[in-house]
Every structure is written in C-alpha cells, then in structure tokens.
Design a protein. Sequence first.
Length: 331
Amino acid sequence: MINVNFDPQVFVPKFFPLLENKDRYLILWGGRGGGKSIFAAQKLIIRCLKEKYFRYILLRKTYESIKDSQYQTIKDLVFEYGLESLFKFKTSPLRIECINGNSFIAKGLDKPEKTKSIKDPTGIWYEEGNEITQEDFITSTTSIRTTKANYIQEIFTFNPESPEADYRDFWIYKKWFSNSTSKSFKSNIEIELPNGNKINSTYTVSHSTYRDNLTYLTPEYIAELEGLKDFNYYYYLVFVEGEWGNEEITAPFSYAFDRNKHVGKTQWAPEYETLLSFDFNNEPLTCLIAQKPEMKVFRGIENIFVNNLDIDELCDRIKAKYPDALFIITG
C-alpha cells in the first residue's frame, strides 16, 4: 500500500465524489471532452497505489487499440503526477506493474480466451463500451470473482452511439438505462438466488459533456465540437450533447429535410388559421399547435405536453394563450 495525496483540483468536479463509489458497475457516458476516461484512469491509479490487492483488466474490442487508449492515458497521468518511479510500463505483453505488486493487464476481445485465463482479477475497465457485445460482456464480467479485492467494480466509458437501429434495443441501454429518464442516477438490479435470498447488483450512471470539463479544454477544441451542429447534427447530439443516438438512416423518410433551412424560431400570427393536432394515445396528452401561412409552408408554433393535464384544462390553456384565434382541429 502506497499513500499518495492528490490535489482535488486535478479532478473534474462532477466526478470527484465518484472516487469513493464502490458500486459493482460505474457507467461513465456522454459527449466527447467530458473527462470520462481521464477520471476512470485517475480512480484506478489511486486504487492501484492504495489497495493491498489490485489486478485490473483494461479491455477493448481489439488488443492493439488498448495501447493508444487506456494504457497511454494511465501512463500520461502517472508521468504528469510525478509517479513514474512507482510504475513499470511493459509492452510485450501490454501490462502496467506497480512496485507494491498491483497491476493493470491489457486484454482485447479479439483474444477472448486470454481474458478468461487471468487469475483473480478485481475489475474491468471497458473503454468504448458501446462496442462491446452482450456476449462479450457476459464472458468478461463472469470472470470477476475474487475475494481478495477491497471491492469489485467494473467501469464503462463510452459515447452513446448505439450499433442497433433503435438504441432502446441495445443491451447496455436495456440493462442500465431503461428504467430511468435521468442522465445521471444510482440504481440497482435485484437478483434472486436459488435459495430464495436476494442480492442487489448496484450501479451508478454519470453523464458528462465538454461543458463539465471547460478548464481542461482549448477554445479551438470546443469550437470544433460546436461546429458539428451545422455540419452533422446526428454526431452533434451523440458526441457533443451526449444523447443516445440510433444508427444513422441512409434512406430517410423526409429526404429533403435540411436542419439549416427547416429549423428555426417561429411566432404565432393571429391573422392566420391556427391548427390544433391532439394526440389522445400519448401519455401525457399532447397538442401540436401550428400554422400554414402559405401553401408549401408549415410553421410549428409549439407542442404542449404536461403531466396530469386533462382535456378541459388543456383547452383552457390554449384559449388563454391564443385569444380570438380561428382554430382548425384535427388529431
């Protein structure tokens, strides 16, 4: 065990409380530049130094990609913090060893038999976790069964680009996200054992974007990220806003849609008919309010959807907000 004190200022404030998090799964997701991978490396370096027994797997889809990602991130931080005398960085095979006997071991999913052969691992860091298949995850997570660790924790870091046509069908979303509408939260999965006892598999989900990490980013990098908004809005949502994204559609239904041309601010004009489109099969009840000032122009004004609002209250709200309007009602 090596006691090393780290200045709290080296951590992204959002992540600092997670240093003490001991849930079985720690899910770090969101946009690029949010500091997810840096924090994962920081947390694991501290654990490697301070814990009596620590043997952690660095895992990615391919073995070769680990050297330039997790392995390099840990190495860069070790040298930045002046700790290089405490570690040895080996490349054949790819491995990081601490003078206290603890270690990091690199394993790629293109060599799955090697992952299963590691004796008493204490956890796994899945970088680019959205590239991991459910089968790969099951094979890997079931190999973590040591009793020597202070605590067992597996860390996922990823941008939320789903390989499925609908991200709600993606195994990561179904396992850890489907029961919550929040981006950051703590939860558990209750598992009943054959003897009738129940165990809680706890997990923490933490969402971040570059806006949580402004201290460590240059204006030029931020400009490149924001530039995606007009260049490729799908990648802007995934890589900048950190929103779940479906696989890009190459043959869209609205093939002529252009965000720069068709998206913008609108304002209600009382001289035109006001279209109300109700949807009673939605919870909450919704009403789209729009106008057609010209034959080929459709102008969306707003979409009202409020929980626990009945049809009478919704209509009262519309009449108050659009007085003396000529309404055309549909659904």
